[in-house]
Design a binder for this molecule. Sequence first.
Ligand code: PXG
Length: 287
Amino acid sequence: MKIYLNGEFVDKANAKVSVFDHGFLYGDGGFEGIRSYNNLVFKLKEHIDRLYETLHTMMIDVSLTKKQMEKAVVDTLKQNKISNGYIRVIVTRGVGDLGLDPKKCHGKPSIIIISDNITLYPKELYNKGMEIITVPTVRNHPEAVNPMLKSMNYLNNIMAKIEANNSGYCEAIMLDHQGYVAECTGDNIFTFKNGVLSTPSQGRLKGITRQVVLDLAKKNKIPVQEGLMTRHEVYIADECFLTGTAAEIIPVVKVDGRRIGDGKPGSITKKMLKMFKEATTKDGVKY
Ligand code: PXG
């Protein structure tokens, strides 16, 4: 396996960063998780745009243009001869000293791109649907570490994931600081009721898959509502599903012990997954 490390391709065994890298010391950096399907990188521009938005707010000035970054992603896939893969792009503030002062990193971000074969969730989860719970850890306050940033600082989500795992679940709903449903630890959430598709408007990452679903809904004249969502509204929904680059679209059939709809993956959920799969065969940057 070849890893892109600061402009060079190095073997996995030599792909090392300093222990003084602020990404390691403080989670001080941004990242993206991208997928490719049959030699097409899905929504590459959108992922790179979001990465640069994260870095802009974090005041990490990366030397590569967006186009150069896109090329580096494609080159990494080519180097590894991966047709269907998962790509992790990481940009940290770079190597500093033990203090947290970002000035000590001297404006030299570390850029790392790893591509690997994707490990998928078990197929039966897609057929049967998932059971999830709400966990006590709330999603970060937007004026602390804004959930719109895909920062390397994932402790908020990891704490929530630990709570989910401790209770025997693999994914969990996180509420925002006001008690509204925000998102899951690594996925956005949707409900469907009375012909309307709903998804939270605040306290969550602006997921790329979430946007694909919103676009597909618009194209298919399915009414969409982005707004505040309570747990009650999730419990009484006809359908519920999660979206994410790795998970794609995964049906949810039980939340906090409440059955959703008839307890089986819903027809809109299945239709969305089908349309999403079709989109991944057409859209994308070829390599
Ligand atoms: N919300 C959060 C908090 C995420 O981390 C999504 C939503 C979905 O966004 P996209 O753009 O992928 O549709 C994510 C992304 C993992 C893992 O191992 C998951 C993500 C990121 C990193 C690792 O499950 N999800």
